[in-house]
Ligand binder design. Structure first.
Ligand SMILES: [Zn+2]
Ligand SMILES: [Zn+2]
Length: 263
């Protein structure tokens, strides 16, 4: 977190969820068309990235007609605060369950790093972003989820079995369960995914081999195709021009293979 120096110009403070009857006339933003890292459906903290100004903006009216609050563009500190006219009060169609969104988000871990809250709005608290060293553009593997689960387990009293409810039973942990479910699913799919990867590699190699084998043959057939034309041209070149032979020079007939004059 960086702290702003007092000298920096700041956008005027807004209430987090301004309530206004105004509604933007543009078609609503469809939640399911956003990527998991462009929306935050954490209950009571719903935000999304305004498509018009790329700023994290709170969604208001979740129980009735959800819409984006009036907001500034994310330029605070860099330029004059400017109202996002296109995106303020724009309606949002929430057609994604928070649970589904969270699962998607967990599976899209590498992209979380690209999230940056603006200075105007507080960054919504969601999954802790992984350390830079943990981010690799490789596909999510069961092993990586297992490590994430271990890491979570070490910090989570519920998953360690130390948190007990009033009935003496260990408390369940939804985050831990979700990680475990994702791990099991990937673990089950791993052999199949490996097989698919091998299949692709094998087909690629086969194609390359076929292509290499076909190359000389292709050249031959290309030659064969132009051969009649070449012969034709040669034959015409060998013909004597009609009419009288030029007086001052003789048409050479044996240019290509001159013979030494006999001694
Ligand atoms: Zn906006
Ligand atoms: Zn847990």
């Amino acid at each position: 977190m960086t702290s702003t120096t007092p000298a920096m110009p700041k956008a005027r403070k807004r209430r987090c969820r301004t309530r206004t009857p105004n509604v933007n006339q543009r078609p609503p933003i469809i939640a399911s068309e956003l990527r998991a890292n462009q929306i935050d459906l954490t209950p009571a903290k719903e935000h999304l990235v305004c498509p018009d100004c790329s700023t994290w903006v709170p969604i208001t009216g979740m129980l009735g007609t959800p819409k984006l609050v009036p907001h500034h563009t994310g330029r605070a500190g860099a330029a004059e605060p400017r109202r996002c006219t296109a995106g303020s009060n724009r309606q949002v169609t929430i057609d994604v369950e928070a649970d589904t969104w969270r699962t998607e988000l967990i599976e899209a871990v590498p992209t979380i790093a690209s999230r940056r809250a603006t200075k105007v709005l507080p960054k919504p608290k969601v999954q802790p972003a992984p350390a830079a060293s943990q981010i690799t553009p490789s596909p999510l593997s069961a092993e990586r989820v297992r490590r994430a689960f271990r890491q979570h387990e070490q910090q989570c009293p519920a998953c360690k079995g130390e948190a007990v409810g009033r009935d003496g039973q260990p408390l369940p942990c939804r985050d831990g369960q979700r990680l475990a479910v994702t791990f099991l699913r990937l673990y089950r799919q791993e052999p199949q995914r490996q097989a698919v990867r091998e299949f692709f590699a094998r087909e690629r190699r086969r194609f390359d081999r076929q292509y290499a084998a076909a190359a000389p043959e292709k050249r031959m057939s290309e030659w064969a195709a132009v051969l009649p034309k070449v012969k034709d041209t040669d034959a015409r070149r060998a013909q004597l021009p009609a009419g009288d032979a030029p007086l001052e020079s003789v048409v050479p007939l044996t240019t290509l293979h001159p013979q030494r004059p006999a001694r």
